[in-house]
Design a protein around this ligand. Structure first.
Ligand SMILES: NC(=O)c1ccc[n+]([C@@H]2O[C@H](COP(=O)([O-])OP(=O)(O)OC[C@H]3O[C@@H](n4cnc5c(N)ncnc54)[C@H](OP(=O)(O)O)[C@@H]3O)[C@@H](O)[C@H]2O)c1
Length: 329
């Protein structure tokens, strides 16, 4: 990767800090600007990461001719407008998960990026971690035979603040877009195609968001996936990939550093594959690799896959009659 890439960040919140830290370990990545609409936030962020240019609005950062790629690190409800704004100004875009609030927005963004011949990718960082890559390579070699079932839970308990993004429907809150998107995406890394049949039960809390969801999917050859997401309770974030010849356990499957292969009745084989820095550096490296090769999307996480994930999440929400306020106007 000889090509130097200049990054700009929109939104200086929690994940932006991990991303900026991750960028530091990438040779040829330069974080040249950050923008925040919250007074003082960009300045503090800029000081922490030694960023030369700070903006108090998003219009000015996308107009900065020095920037090649904009990383969008705001809440789900803003991703569409901000990605559109960046594309309109000729910037490549890496947009946090969940990519948008619905498939319609995702489709429009993809069309716009294609029209403008600009790179676009969902920041589903887990897909690019060395451990995930190793797991998927081994699954492909049928190390546990044909995969027949996938199980994963991502449940974290957040303080019940109706204004914070987890419980606030205006910010695209709820467990689906924030946490459910991980096990759903991981299932798509394994089964590749979307499920044919989906069943789900959601608990909608008093702020109107899906606080907890149980998902059951069936794929074209009868394979199944059973997933859970929650923002009101904790379950160890483990995934199990179950095949006809054994199974693989992945502790911390959204940020894996090791996995265990169980075959026959012998003791499991543990494989450790750590990652460097915060781990968000790998998705950024994928963007930079694609740009240096003149590619407008990633083969590892193609836009069709992101779109299918968004369509699936729409189908799930339709089972619970859940719409975000932005979809009602
Ligand atoms: N990859 C990961 O591991 C990971 C982890 C956590 C989150 N995420 C994703 O990253 C994104 C941001 O999450 P976060 O936890 O970093 O969010 P956050 O800290 O709550 O907010 C991020 C930014 O969004 C804007 N924002 C938040 N609330 C707002 C409001 N009420 N009105 C207007 N703007 C508001 C602010 O932008 P300004 O700075 O411009 O004011 C804020 O700095 C989400 O898409 C989330 O799913 C990814």
């Amino acid at each position: 990767m000889d090509h130097k890439v200049n990054w700009g960040i929109i939104g200086c919140g929690r994940i932006a800090h991990s991303f900026a830290k991750g960028l530091k370990v990438i040779p040829n990545a330069s974080l040249v600007a950050a923008a925040s609409q919250t007074s003082g936030k960009a300045a503090a962020f800029g000081k922490t990461f030694n960023i030369p240019k700070i903006y108090d609005n998003y219009q000015n950062i996308v107009a900065d001719s020095e920037i090649d790629v904009i990383y969008i690190a705001t809440t789900h409800n803003f991703h569409f407008d901000q990605a559109m704004l960046a594309l309109a100004h000729g910037k490549h875009v890496l947009c946090e998960k969940a990519f948008t609030i619905n498939a319609h927005q995702a489709q429009k963004l993809i069309e716009r990026a294609k029209q403008k011949k600009l790179f676009l990718m969902e920041a589903m960082w887990t897909r690019f971690l060395p451990c995930t890559i190793k797991i998927l390579e081994l699954v492909e070699t049928k190390i546990v035979g044909d995969v027949v079932h996938f199980q994963a839970d991502l449940c974290k308990k957040f303080p019940k603040d109706p204004d914070d993004r987890f419980f606030n429907p205006n910010l695209g809150g709820g467990s689906l877009l924030d946490l459910g998107v991980y096990p759903i995406s991981f299932a798509s890394f394994i089964f590749k195609n979307p499920p044919l049949k989906i069943m789900s039960i959601a608990h909608i809390g008093d702020t109107g968001v899906d606080e907890q969801v149980s998902y059951l999917f069936e794929y074209d050859k009868g394979e199944t996936a059973q997933l859970t997401s929650s923002i009101i309770t904790v379950i160890p974030p483990e995934a199990t990939i179950i095949g006809t010849e054994g199974y693989i356990k992945v502790p911390n499957f959204t940020r894996p550093t090791k996995f265990l292969i169980f075959r026959d009745s012998s003791t499991p084989k543990t494989i450790e594959v750590p990652y460097q820095s915060t781990g968000l550096n790998y998705e950024a490296m994928e963007v930079m690799k694609c740009l240096s090769e003149g590619r407008l999307e990633s083969d590892t996480l193609p836009l069709t896959q992101t779109l299918e994930t968004m369509k699936l999440m729409d189908r799930l929400r339709s089972q619970w009659n859940l719409k975000y306020p932005d979809e009602l106007s």
